[in-house]
Design a protein around this ligand. Structure first.
Ligand SMILES: Cc1cc2nc3c(=O)[nH]c(=O)nc-3n(C[C@H](O)[C@H](O)[C@H](O)COP(=O)(O)O)c2cc1C
Length: 396
């Protein structure tokens, strides 16, 4: 419920993509926001207001002339933390660019001084028209944020040119960031997150790796981006879809990870080392595939490079470094030893128990600092990520 206590106004204009705005309304409700919907008369030709009313649990407003809300355009311009216009038609952009206020949505947008996020959606030729380009530039120069449009399938066929509205998930992520960055100490900071396992080649096809799924690191990257940070995510091999927002770099081995982290560190304000690097690598990987018929084999393993240790000297002064530890015994003592040995500000200790740790959606972690150990309950990894970032913000 990352948006509980927040108020979002969704402005819907008359484009075919308005059916996707129903999904967007649902995302805001699921995140705990209070949502108002204002539709243009054309939008109501595409999706009936009843659909939105059922989703948001409030009346949808479509007219300036509601008897019981005579000044709705003024109150609705002031109250929401964010106004999201999705889809924004070519016509709506033209009206707001010129300061026309001939219906409830354009009137409230003219009175609006707070943040506005606009998601244009239209036929690719309409978007390519210089008039639309100029109108978009005008509203952008006034400080409104624009997301999309994307190229890809349109209602009338596929196009390589932009026109298609950004997906509801992407609009949600941009909106959440606009809402949350105002009161986060992570806003504008550079956050580096590592995630997932690494793997070391035994031969051209076989690897040594571990059970890390990357979920915890991906959740941290997503949450830090939502708080307004500039996030780089360095991820080992994982099948998870990367989060929307962060810059994503892929690495394979522990040595690749150490190199990528070392290169990014001089710019990094907060380092979150959630990856589980392979601790061992074969001393001499085979250049050809081993065959079973060759019989039993013994593989000599050498410790791989210690990423935190080798990159320590490149950390920016005043930056915060958070390590992660998975222990099967002596958890807190080992986490604290790691904290001291590696010069960390916090160690997130994963407990080895049912429902927590690698490959599952939930985690029970203890936040270990020099003088405290805060045990958190079993939480979805997205919630654990928020709690870890709360602790990081306290350190900042
Ligand atoms: C089937 C259909 C689909 C349309 N899709 C779009 C669209 O995706 N984007 C757009 O800018 N206009 C679209 N239009 C045109 C707008 O509905 C029209 O310009 C209208 O005046 C917009 O009014 P509004 O901006 O007040 O909502 C579409 C019209 C029709 C009939």
């Amino acid at each position: 419920m990352t948006l509980s206590g927040r108020h979002v106004l969704l402005g819907v204009s008359g484009g075919i993509a308005s059916y996707k705005t129903c999904m967007l309304a649902r995302r805001f409700i699921e995140a705990g926001a209070a949502v108002d919907v204002v539709m243009t008369a054309s939008a109501a030709q595409f999706v009936r207001p009843t659909t939105f009313e059922a989703l948001i649990g409030r009346p949808v407003l479509t007219s300036l002339w509601e008897r019981d809300r005579a000044l709705a355009h003024i109150s609705l311009s002031r109250e929401p933390g964010l106004v999201v216009v999705a889809p924004a038609t070519a016509n709506l952009l033209a009206r707001v660019a010129q300061g026309i206020a001939d219906d409830l949505l354009t009137a409230l947008l003219l009175a609006r001084t707070g943040p506005v996020l606009v998601a244009p959606a239209m036929n690719d030729m309409m978007f390519a028209h210089p008039a639309t380009g100029r109108n978009l530039e005008l509203v952008e120069n006034r400080g409104w944020s624009i997301i999309g449009p994307e190229s890809g399938p349109l209602a009338e066929g596929s196009s390589d040119l932009p026109g298609r509205m950004s997906e509801p998930d992407a609009i949600f992520v941009a909106a959440e960031r606009l809402l949350r960055q105002a009161d986060s100490r992570l806003a504008g900071r550079r956050v580096l997150v590592t995630a997932g396992p690494t793997r070391e080649l035994l031969d051209p096809i076989r690897v040594i790796t571990n059970r890390s799924s990357g979920r915890m690191g991906f959740a941290l990257a997503r949450a830090a981006y939502a708080r307004g940070a500039d996030v780089t995510l360095i991820a080992g091999p994982t099948a998870l879809a990367p989060p929307i927002g962060p810059d994503v770099m892929r690495v394979e081995s522990t040595a690749d990870l150490a190199e990528a982290v070392g290169n990014a560190l001089p710019e990094t304000d907060v380092l979150l080392m959630a990856a589980a690097p392979a601790d061992y690598r074969p001393a001499a990987p085979e250049s050809t595939k081993r065959r079973r018929s060759d019989g039993a084999i013994a593989v000599e393993l050498h410790p791989s490079v210690d990423v935190l240790e080798t990159t320590r000297s490149r950390r920016k002064g005043g930056s915060i470094a958070v390590g992660f530890a998975y222990e099967t015994e002596h958890g807190i003592a080992r986490a604290r030893a790691k904290l001291e040995r590696k010069g960390l500000d916090l160690v997130v200790l994963n407990l080895d128990e049912e429902g927590s740790g690698a490959e599952v959606e939930t985690n029970r972690v203890t936040l270990v600092s020099a003088d405290a150990a805060q045990e958190l309950p079993l939480l979805p990894k997205s919630d654990a990520a928020e709690r870890i970032l709360d602790a990081v913000e306290r350190l900042l």
